[in-house]
Design a protein around this ligand. Structure first.
Ligand code: SF4
Ligand code: SF4
Length: 175
């Protein structure tokens, strides 16, 4: 190895000294997420009417390669509809332990109701806490089950460790 090779190697090292570090002090510091990242699902509402976009068609469940989604539909009451269709999802559950975050459910959905967001802190303790229902995913709900449990116990706001990147499908999702 020549002196020139050593100088080149040192040059690379020195070059990296002045670059922005990739590491962050998580969880105190929020993590930047790429827009294409797919994390916890959100169930969206129509922004104008507030009605749920999900019409309980189960196409997402049919497309799911991990059999992670369970949907049970019911007829809408015309005087007090839940969704904008004839039917709505009475039960909508995703088992996060089964989910491989492939995004097929999002692609299969004809109404754009289910969207994979940027939240990734889904670790928990009990099996049942990995099954997310509508109340855990409807737009307006921030954080995973344990984050909401912890925030409620401490009387604080839910704080997620991700700095969301812009993504049009997630408009209306409040992090
Ligand atoms: S992201 Fe993929 S694995 Fe997860 S619920 Fe959707 S279709 Fe199923
Ligand atoms: S999320 Fe979409 S695909 Fe799944 S049941 Fe609702 S409307 Fe159908």
């Amino acid at each position: 190895m020549s002196v020139l090779d050593i100088a080149k190697g040192m040059g690379v090292t020195l070059g990296h000294l002045f670059k922005r570090p990739y590491t962050v002090s998580y969880p105190e510091q929020r993590v930047d997420i790429e827009p294409r990242f797919r994390g916890r699902h959100h169930l969206l509402r129509h922004p104008d009417t507030g009605l749920e976009k999900c019409i309980g068609c189960s196409l997402c469940a049919a497309a799911c390669p991990a059999y992670a989604i369970y949907v049970e539909a019911a007829e809408n009451d015309p005087d007090d509809p839940v969704s904008a269709g004839e039917r709505y999802a009475k039960i909508y559950e995703i088992n996060m332990l089964r989910c491989i975050f492939c995004g097929f459910c999002e692609e299969a959905c004809p109404t754009g109701a289910v969207v994979l967001g940027h939240e990734f802190e889904l670790a928990d303790f009990r099996y049942q806490d990995f099954v997310y229902g509508k109340e855990d995913m409807l737009v307006g709900t921030t954080g995973s089950k344990w984050q909401r449990r912890e925030a409620a116990a401490k009387g604080k706001e839910v704080r997620i460790g991700v700095e969301p990147a812009p993504r049009p499908e997630l408009e209306g999702v409040d992090y």
